[in-house]
Design a protein around this ligand. Structure first.
Ligand code: CS2
Length: 471
């Protein structure tokens, strides 16, 4: 039988790993959302920070709010797993040590809350995906019809969602006289720190205004921009890991060499020296996040819908078609005037780098994975720059095309993966029979009012939809 990657595994010398002993670490961070992204991004910066500063009090307790499998697998492997970087120089494996505890919130809610409330916990980080927060698209506040929000308002002491867990954590910390801490959101939302702060304060306000005031005054919610393309792992990833490690790793991940993390340096109770892993600390992350959400993620959504509508399964397949690459470059060109100058970044080089990253032949990133949850992704990726371009007199034609590609995809997909799938599918049926996207624009809160009320731009969407469907 194949050896398992755990603390007894003897690894080949060319597999990177930290030089510290994971048994020497203590928890200083609780992370919510144990998906591939966190494990291939923050956890590595954290390993490098601990190593550089011998900062053994910044271990991570990772919590999964939904899945229980990742927790069981981490436990079975003594919390070790490998990240394989795949680029032009070949494949390189690195074993990660930073995660030293794993908690399945569904099974161990109390233990998770104990960790969150512990005085040793000074930072709570999050990667739970856009849809998990429960943001009302119209008010920007709590969506009271969101299942986790509704649940956590009703039974606040037994939370299930990220906002509910944070509010209950603060309620307990206040009661126990614990120190203020930092909440660091690492999801692809604009002003992600502000968003989370707003939701947490609103939920706390409903429980106890004094709690809301304490959170507002003493907790820190820095925003951050995160970037690394980490496709969902497959059987192939596991095979590759076996060949590189000589051990079986159920949690192996593959990713690209590129990685970026820009963080507002606003922490209530210290932080690891993540700059040792290349993180950049800034006063304001806004320009970086706008650049990334609009150039990278916006192009990603365009590529995903082009791929899905043309039978191309992977991002790299779309990028192998010159006409599609041309379209992606044109989209980036259209986004450019909506961006602010980004310190230390040459946007020309950044755009070329994106084309190269999307084209990486070793990265099998499914267009279906990116295409999901369009209702949660389109606002910051496509609608926001479209609105800004319209406001200064541009016709935002290209953005109308991306929206039409998304709507055509919604109409054609058999199993639409989106929290608003029912409403979207119903609108798609109407759009099919009327030949107009009006039914989509009628869905409350799907499009911002500036786009809903712009009949000229809407007719561009209709025209593109007609052409796409006619193909
Ligand atoms: C992607 C992102 O799935 C998606 O919607 O656009 O996950 C993307 O790969 C990352 O943000 C890259 O940093």
């Amino acid at each position: 039988m194949m050896n398992r990657l755990d603390k007894t595994a003897l690894l080949p010398p060319d597999v990177d790993r930290p030089s510290f002993d994971p048994a020497s670490l203590k928890v200083g961070i609780v992370h919510l959302g144990l998906g591939a992204f966190h494990r291939a991004h923050q956890a590595i910066y954290n390993d490098l920070a601990i190593e550089a500063g011998a900062a053994t009090d910044w271990g991570i307790a990772g919590a999964s709010l939904r899945s229980v499998d990742v927790v069981a697998d981490l436990k079975a492997q003594d919390y070790r797993y490998c990240v394989i970087t795949r680029g032009p120089d070949g494949d390189k494996a690195r074993v990660v040590y930073s995660i030293i505890d794993a908690i399945a919130a569904r099974q161990e809610r109390d233990r998770l809350l104990e960790r969150l409330v512990d005085n040793a916990t000074r930072i709570v980080t999050l990667t739970v995906s856009e849809k998990a927060y429960g943001i009302d698209p119209i008010s920007g506040g709590l969506d009271l019809s969101h299942a986790a929000i509704a649940h956590d308002l009703k039974t606040p002491e037994q939370p299930i969602g990220p906002i509910g867990f944070l509010v209950e954590t603060f309620a307990r910390r206040m009661r126990l006289g614990r120190d203020p801490i930092t909440v660091l959101c690492c999801d692809n939302l604009p002003g992600n720190g502000h968003v989370v702060r707003h939701l947490v304060v609103e939920m706390a306000e409903r429980r106890n205004p004094e709690l809301a005031r304490w959170i507002e005054r003493d907790m820190c919610f820095p925003s951050s921009m995160v970037d690394r393309i980490v496709p969902a792992a497959t059987g192939g990833t596991r095979q590759l890991a076996t060949s590189l490690l000589g051990a079986d790793d159920r949690l192996a991940l593959e990713t690209e060499p590129f990685t970026q993390w820009v963080i507002e340096d606003d922490f209530a109770a210290g932080r690891p020296a993540w700059e040792a892993g290349g993180a950049i600390f800034v006063e304001n992350v806004h320009a970086y996040e706008k650049m990334k959400l609009r150039l990278l993620n916006g192009s990603h959504s365009l590529i995903a819908y082009l791929g899905q509508l043309n039978g191309l399964d992977y991002v790299r397949d779309v990028m192998a078609v010159p006409a599609h690459v041309e379209r992606v470059r044109e989209h980036m060109e259209a986004v450019l005037p909506s961006l602010d100058p980004v310190p230390q970044i040459d946007l020309g080089i950044y755009r070329q780098e994106l084309v190269n990253r999307f084209s990486n032949p070793a990265i099998a990133h499914r267009t279906a994975q990116i295409a999901m949850d369009g209702s949660q992704k389109m606002p910051q990726r496509i609608f926001a720059p479209a609105m800004e371009r319209l406001a200064v007199g541009d016709n935002a034609q290209g953005f109308a095309n991306v929206v039409a590609l998304w709507l055509a995809y919604v109409g054609s997909s058999e199993h639409l993966d989106d929290p608003r799938a029912t409403e979207l599918k119903a609108a798609a049926l109407l759009a099919e029979s009327t030949g107009s996207a009006a039914a989509f624009f009628d869905i409350p809160g799907l499009f911002p009012s500036e786009l809903m009320n712009n009949s000229k731009w809407r007719s561009l969407v209709d025209a593109h939809l007609l052409v796409i469907r006619g193909r």
